[in-house]
Design a protein around this ligand. Structure first.
Ligand code: ADP
Ligand code: MG
Length: 725
């Protein structure tokens, strides 16, 4: 059953446990299949059944938890929400600092200051209930849902300190902790502020992509040149682009010569020559010439819009590795509350410590515990990783693909258009029946003009070059992995490999020698048969990509084995493989069998990536653990694979692997530090070191450490932007 999908923007989340809470609430809602709430971007992605639950109900379910929900998610809106959030936090931070500093001075040093207790109360109270308001409302809504979040910890920790201090004010106890409560709240707000700023950076890459979308277009309507907003351009409009201007939408050049800088979309730094018939992509920048082109894709259909959508989706997706963090987050806070209570009980009741000492230790436990760092570990790294990929022309469709990339240990390359340029040229024409070379070529081209295969194209191009007039052919048929057939002037012709000859019972043994000689040079030979008789050979050669051999070498260094798979014959395939440095070859494979070969390698326990052009290898791309589509420039076949390489540079394959590895290792680092931080911090805060060393953390230091730990996770993810690929 096809599920309905929706993105929802959520505001008011303070930490990763909020995201876990909303996820649970959504998944409990009838009709919801899966929900993924990304704390880092403030976005929920929900798969649900419209017949059971409405979109409105989904946002109601979120709002019932005490958050604000808005159907749909767009980055402009997210940016606005984030800016608002940052501005609010900044204001609270300034007020918090302004009040906390005198509170600290008064609380710790100026013991004899007149009206000290009341001044402390006056200074600390606005911090508690204005600066720290969101912690209390957050804790309250969590409580109503019978869960606990990080807000619960902060509210409990600072609330206890504050209440105890009120007792001091009433003369019931001897000590006060107003400065502890105020400073803690300010520190946590500082942490939240830094985190919000850093989180904004994680989506910088995609925002840069979005900023590329042109605002204005110069179109020709009713013979007049007018400037309109780029959104108003319609398919079929004629558009004029002057030197140095941005190309507003996708289209095909009708007139003009120029070189276009497409680096922002494809990652390709060299400008691309454009002339009549060339494709241009919106968002790229025209060079020195003037171009007039016809719009073919506008609005949501443009390459740029699709890239943005794809990256956005990837950034909202959930990595497998995150499940672990989610599981821990679910139990984390209640466990910490229990540990804090146990700490108090142990010191006060069991070990006979002072009440204040036990209380301080319990508060430290509450405030040092940091579930957020754990929750931020994965999504921030995924966001930075996918963004970095997009900048380099490596589009990753989802977090799982990025994750899988680091497990890959075998890569299968399609030959034509992947290892080779996919632009074969005719090199030899052999007549076997006394007809002229051009006669053979003319017949071959007359059939191939109906085929879309790259081989067909090379033959037609050659005929054009020689100014041959093509015949009309009827009954054209393409036999996948074999060749083509058609009749011309009542005569039946077949053109293809030896497999095709066998299939149509054309004896070709006589020419085996000549064929294999050509094939050993890496050429692909096609036999032209008229009826049951072979009458000519056409050999074509495809050039190997310059980047293929270095890429294979690089992959080997990364510990990855490469395979070549092709429908072409063994000898040609071997010759090409040798040039590329590939030792494993599967030749003579029919397009529909390619997936079986991928399966075969998988059955040896390998994790396989398949690299193809997405044209006739879609099943193999789907069978592989990861399908990588190598586009040629802007011609993106985005459907076929889970990773799309915008450039036709084979080096992007090892780059993608490195990106996957770098991202995963970043996630693991984040997780490790987040875990170790809690594992060490909580016992120290509980006073475990005290009996041996006399060290007891003050709650203020504990709170500071907590604030720093989530900031450091986000900062660590951001360093991924400089990963060497
Ligand atoms: P690849 O795996 O390299 O993409 P295909 O499976 O498309 O190759 O084709 C395999 C072989 O089938 C080609 O090498 C060629 O011999 C033959 N063939 C396929 N299509 C055609 C065609 N249109 N004309 C002639 N031969 C063809
Ligand atoms: Mg192919």
């Amino acid at each position: 059953m096809a599920m309905d999908k929706i993105d929802i923007s959520i505001s008011g989340m303070h930490c990763a446990s909020c995201a876990a809470l909303i996820t649970r609430a959504l998944e409990k809602t009838k009709g919801v299949a899966t929900a993924n709430v990304n704390y880092a971007s403030g976005r929920a992605h929900v798969e649900f059944d419209k017949k059971v639950v409405s979109e409105k109900d989904l946002s109601k379910a979120i709002e019932a938890q005490g958050y604000k929900a808005k159907l749909g998610f767009d980055l402009d809106n997210e940016k606005k929400l984030r800016e608002k959030e940052i501005a609010e936090l900044k204001l609270k931070l300034i007020i918090g600092i302004a009040l906390s500093i005198p509170t600290l001075a008064l609380g710790m040093f100026l013991m004899e200051f007149p009206y000290r207790p009341w001044l402390l109360f006056l200074l600390a109270t606005p911090v508690q209930f204005y600066v720290g308001a969101s912690f209390f409302t957050g804790a309250w809504s969590a409580l109503r849902n019978r869960t606990a979040t990080m807000d619960t910890l902060i509210a409990l920790g600072t609330g206890t300190a504050y209440l105890y201090s009120l007792a001091f004010l009433a003369g019931l106890v001897m000590e006060q902790y107003f400065e502890v409560a105020a400073t803690l709240i300010t520190l946590v707000v500082l942490g939240k502020y830094l985190e919000a700023v850093a989180k904004g950076r994680t989506s910088e890459a995609i925002r840069k992509l979005m900023d590329l979308s042109p605002k204005k277009a110069r179109v020709i309507r009713n013979g007049k040149e007018i400037e309109i907003s780029a959104e108003k351009v319609k398919v079929g409009d004629t558009i004029l682009v002057k030197p140095g201007e941005k190309i507003p939408v996708d289209g095909i050049v009708a007139e003009g010569d120029s070189a276009v800088d497409e680096s922002m979309v494809t990652g390709e730094s060299m400008p691309v020559e454009k002339m009549k018939g060339s494709r241009v992509v919106g968002g790229t920048i025209n060079g020195h010439g003037m171009l007039r082109f016809k719009a073919t894709k506008v609005g949501k259909d443009t390459v740029l819009a699709q890239i943005v959508k794809l990256v956005e989706e990837a950034q909202g997706s959930r990595a497998d590795i995150q499940r672990f963090a989610d599981m821990i987050s679910a139990y984390f806070v209640p466990v910490v509350v229990v540990i804090a209570a146990a700490t108090f009980a142990a010191w006060y009741f069991v070990l006979g410590g002072a009440f204040q000492f036990a209380l301080v230790a319990a508060i430290s436990v509450l405030v040092i515990a940091c579930p957020c760092a754990l929750g931020l570990a994965t999504p921030t790294a995924i966001m930075v990783g996918t963004g970095l990929g997009a900048q380099k022309g490596i589009l990753i469709k989802n977090a799982e693909a990025l994750e899988m990339m680091h497990k890959i240990n075998a890569i299968v390359f399609d030959k034509t258009g992947t290892i080779t340029n996919g632009k074969p040229v005719v090199t030899d024409i052999v007549s076997l029946n006394g007809a002229s070379e051009s006669g053979i070529l003319r017949l071959a081209a007359s059939i191939e003009q109906y085929s879309e295969h790259p081989l067909a194209d090379s033959i037609v191009q050659e005929a054009k070059k020689r100014n041959l007039t093509l015949e009309k052919a009827t009954g054209f048929k393409a036999i996948a992995g074999h060749g083509v057939s058609a009749s011309i002037m009542g005569k039946q012709y077949a053109l293809g490999n030896l497999k095709l000859m066998k299939k149509t019972s054309v004896p070709a043994n006589k020419f085996n020698r000549r064929i294999s000689a050509l094939e050993s040079n890496g050429k692909t030979v096609m036999v032209l048969a008229s009826g049951k008789e072979a009458c000519g050979l056409v050999a074509v050669a495809d050039t190997i990509r310059e980047s293929s051999a270095p890429a294979i070498r690089e992959l080997k260094q990364l510990g990855i084995e490469s395979w070549l798979i092709t429908g072409d014959n063994e000898r040609t395939a071997r010759a090409i493989a040798k040039k590329a440095g590939i030792r494993n070859v599967f030749a003579g494979v029919l397009p529909n069998e390619k997936a079986d070969y991928v399966k075969k390698i998988q059955s040896r326990g390998m994790k396989v990536a398949m690299v193809g052009d997405g044209i006739n290898d879609a099943p193999a791309l789907a069978q592989a653990d990861i399908g990588i589509v190598m586009g040629s420039g802007t011609d993106v076949a985005m459907e076929a694979g889970s990773i799309v390489l915008m450039r036709s540079d084979a080096m992007d394959v090892p780059r993608a692997i490195k990106l996957g590895r770098a991202t995963i290792s970043k996630i693991k680092q984040n997780m490790f530090w987040a875990m170790i931080y809690n594992v060490i911090g909580i016992p120290v805060a509980a006073g475990m070191l005290y009996p041996f060393t006399g060290i007891l953390l003050s709650p203020i230091i504990a709170g500071g450490a907590m604030a720093l730990s989530s900031v450091s996770v986000v900062a660590n993810s951001l360093t991924l932007r400089w990963a060497k690929l």
